[in-house]
Design a protein around this ligand. Structure first.
Ligand code: SF4
Length: 344
């Protein structure tokens, strides 16, 4: 039996960071191989930066009609994938803004062209808000949208666009973006079709602890019903260059590690918890391996969204292996769905 919402709230208000971390690590050791910590080599490809949602935490998007707006040609996408394969990569995360003029045929064509050229590459693409945008632009149901994308090569859906799954917060930071129910509906539909997805949480955007608990509770309920989430990835809001960043204080390492550990305790039905290096930095990511995380995410060969918000952290396979080893674990490269491990 996992934590109750009140118990989670009490932990958020507690200063016992080490005690919470030790409890989370105990759960992690039982759920996954206690000797191994994993990473992935993949690449984010932002096929467009055009977006109609104007989220206040985002420095990446450009409005429709902007001179700086782009849609990547297929050849460019293929070249990026070739570079990723040369670096030992196994997966691609295609993600855009929400471009109102791109219909399902555009996405089918993009996926098929990749699938034909690179059949070995796992396609983990399009956030729930993008799926909803494609459905609306193409006058399709969410189910038919996912089915058509799957037929074209889509294999799993990332948890992006969740931010905080509480509509009080969403109304403040991403007023035009989908509501919590809609994010949930896309993931439930994908799970019902046998497709795996991940769950994320972007925190430190001025929300209260109760909002984080509501978020975790929603994820736990979905997972109870479907079992479709492979992993949970909490990450910190990157405030620079964003309208929201001027209004909220930057979250601390203490808050990051405590939230990571509480996530491990609360989401007792999700197998994997990821410690992030992109916004907290590589050293905090490493410490996260003692606070309930069993994975340090991906090398993210290309990352543009958080980069636009002033974050300059970069890493590579060698560094991820080093931080894992020095934290006392055997590093293993995994695939997108955590099915296979390669011990090198
Ligand atoms: S976070 Fe995503 S949906 Fe929001 S403005 Fe940026 S690109 Fe658009």
């Amino acid at each position: 039996m996992g934590l109750t919402p009140q118990e989670a709230l009490d932990l958020f208000h507690s200063d016992d960071l080490i005690g919470i971390g030790m409890a989370a690590n105990e759960v992690r050791r039982k759920k996954t191989d206690p000797r191994v910590a994993t990473y992935q080599i993949d690449r984010n490809i932002n096929y467009t930066n055009v977006c109609t949602e104007y989220c206040s935490f985002c420095a990446f998007y450009r409005p429709l009609g902007s001179k700086e707006g782009y849609v990547l040609p297929l050849e460019t996408i293929h070249e990026k994938i070739e570079e990723m394969i040369a670096l030992g990569g196994t997966g691609v995360l295609l993600q855009g803004g929400l471009h109102p003029d791109l219909k399902i045929e555009f996405y089918e064509n993009m996926l098929r062209s990749i699938r034909e050229r690179f059949p070995q590459v796992h396609l983990h693409c399009f956030s729930a808000p993008e799926v909803l945008c494609i459905a609306e632009a193409s006058s399709l149901s969410v189910r038919d949208t996912i089915l058509r994308l799957r037929d074209a090569g889509l294999q799993s859906i990332p948890g992006a666009g969740a931010e905080i799954l509480d509509d009080e917060v969403r109304a403040r930071i991403s007023r035009l973006k989908c509501r919590s129910e809609e994010w949930e509906a896309v993931h439930r539909e994908a799970h019902a079709l046998g497709m795996r997805t991940t769950a994320t949480m972007m925190f430190g955007c001025g929300e209260e602890y109760r909002h984080r608990v509501n978020h975790l509770e929603r994820l736990r309920r979905i997972q109870q019903d479907s079992g479709g989430f492979t992993a949970f990835i909490p990450w910190l809001f990157a405030p620079e260059n964003t309208p929201l960043g001027k209004k909220v204080p930057e979250a601390t390492a203490f808050d990051y590690l405590k939230t990571l550990a509480i996530s491990r305790l609360y989401l007792d039905n999700i197998d994997h918890i990821q410690s992030s290096w992109l916004t907290p930095g590589i050293k905090i990511c490493q410490v996260g391996l003692q606070f309930g995380a069993d994975d340090v995410g991906s090398t993210l060969i290309e990352e543009n969204v958080v980069h636009a918000a002033g974050v300059r952290n970069r890493t590579n396979e060698e560094e991820l292996r080093r931080i894992i080893s020095q934290a006392g674990y055997t590093p293993a490269q995994r695939d997108t769905l955590y099915r296979s491990y390669i011990l090198k």
